[in-house]
Design a protein around this ligand. Structure first.
Ligand SMILES: [Zn+2]
Length: 348
């Protein structure tokens, strides 16, 4: 209580000399199911919806959005150490120098020495440039380059559209994801790359295709094509891939139609959302001793039985009870101590 009083008075003092100007109304967030939490175990209720990773960006550049009062509160929070981890990590625009080091767990970690995915390559284009989330471990960037070339071969598409990787120093993002914090996660859209270079504005405004029917139990035959299966199968065919998260209806369709060696199906795992993109998660790279991985999917289980889908076509589709309390935001103290140093380090 005392802290709040200090914060408010400090905010008022700091706000006083500034010229008032109109606040921009925050855009409505689309209600789309979110990213996977830590354990990839079916939860009784889906986590609270956040912005879709592929819906048009609703994030104006941070500085533009802030009026004088917001800026003052921001400054006061800085002084008092009250900033949330997502505020701290999203404010840093460049990676640290130094050798690459993954610290922590996909939904609770950070990265030192991240590298950048070029926003345009021969077989990929990165979307939502305003988010500054084209950073990750070099293995992730290499994976996207290799996979995009392979995807072109197997689908006949000119290339792929790449959504979020992570922030320059990882950590939690202000929108869209629970994970994507350690430079080992990337979203890739169910949309062929066009045969031309998209403008920055197009990369903000284009949306990905929803492949799932309104029932959420079947694919939408007007959207889903055999190329989508070739695309997903190709994404699994690199040993560094731990798993690929996808909507259950899409996995079910692939279970029904895949021929030949079907072991790749085991790497694709049903999860909430993921009807318009896949989420590729890499294993902890060799030598990354501070990286916390997860138990990989069993190598020989396709995950195609009725029991594998039961939860997803019953409980997971039930309407969500409105939660009474918003979840407590993560603070820097909730992170591995090394992430504090990552945040404070000089930029590359
Ligand atoms: Zn994702």
């Amino acid at each position: 209580m005392h802290r709040i009083a200090i914060l408010l008075s400090l905010a008022l003092v700091l706000a006083a000399p500034a010229t008032p100007r109109a606040q921009t109304a925050a855009p409505q967030q689309p209600t789309v199911l979110p990213e996977p939490p830590a354990e990839e175990e079916p939860a009784a209720q889906p986590p609270a919806p956040t912005e879709s990773p592929t819906a048009p960006a609703s994030e104006a550049p941070a500085e533009e959005k802030k009026g004088p009062i917001k800026r003052a509160i921001d400054a006061a929070k800085d002084v008092l150490g009250l900033k949330t981890a997502k505020e701290l990590f999203s404010a840093v625009k460049r990676p640290t120098a130094g050798p690459v080091q993954v610290i922590g767990y996909y939904p609770r970690g950070c990265i030192q020495g991240a590298v950048e995915l070029p926003i345009t390559g021969p077989t990929w284009q990165h979307m939502r440039l305003s988010r500054n989330r084209n950073w990750g471990h070099p293995d992730l960037v290499n994976y996207i380059k290799k996979f995009s070339a392979r995807a072109k071969q197997v689908t006949g598409w000119p290339g792929i559209l790449v959504g979020d990787l992570g922030q320059p120093r990882g950590g939690p993002t202000p929108s869209s994801h629970t994970s994507h914090q350690t430079g080992l996660d990337v979203d890739i859209w169910f949309v062929p790359m066009p045969n031309r270079i998209l403008t920055p504005q197009e990369r903000e405004e284009t949306s990905a295709n929803n492949l799932v029917a309104e029932s959420w139990k079947e694919i939408n035959p007007k959207e889903y094509t055999p190329q989508h299966m070739a695309f997903v199968k190709a994404a699994t065919e690199f040993p560094e891939v731990d798993r690929i998260l996808i909507n259950a209806a899409i996995k079910k369709k692939m279970c029904e139609t895949a021929t030949g060696d079907r072991r790749w199906l085991g790497k694709i795992r049903p999860w909430y959302g993921h009807h318009d993109h896949i989420h590729v998660r890499l294993k902890c790279p060799a030598g990354q001793t501070q990286c916390k991985g997860m138990a990989s999917p069993p190598p020989d289980a396709e995950g195609c039985t009725d029991a594998d889908f039961k939860f997803w076509f019953t409980k997971a589709l039930e309407p969500k009870k409105p939660s009474t309390k918003p979840p407590k935001p993560l603070m820097l103290k909730d992170y591995p101590p090394a992430c504090k140093a990552v945040l404070a380090a000089a930029p590359k």
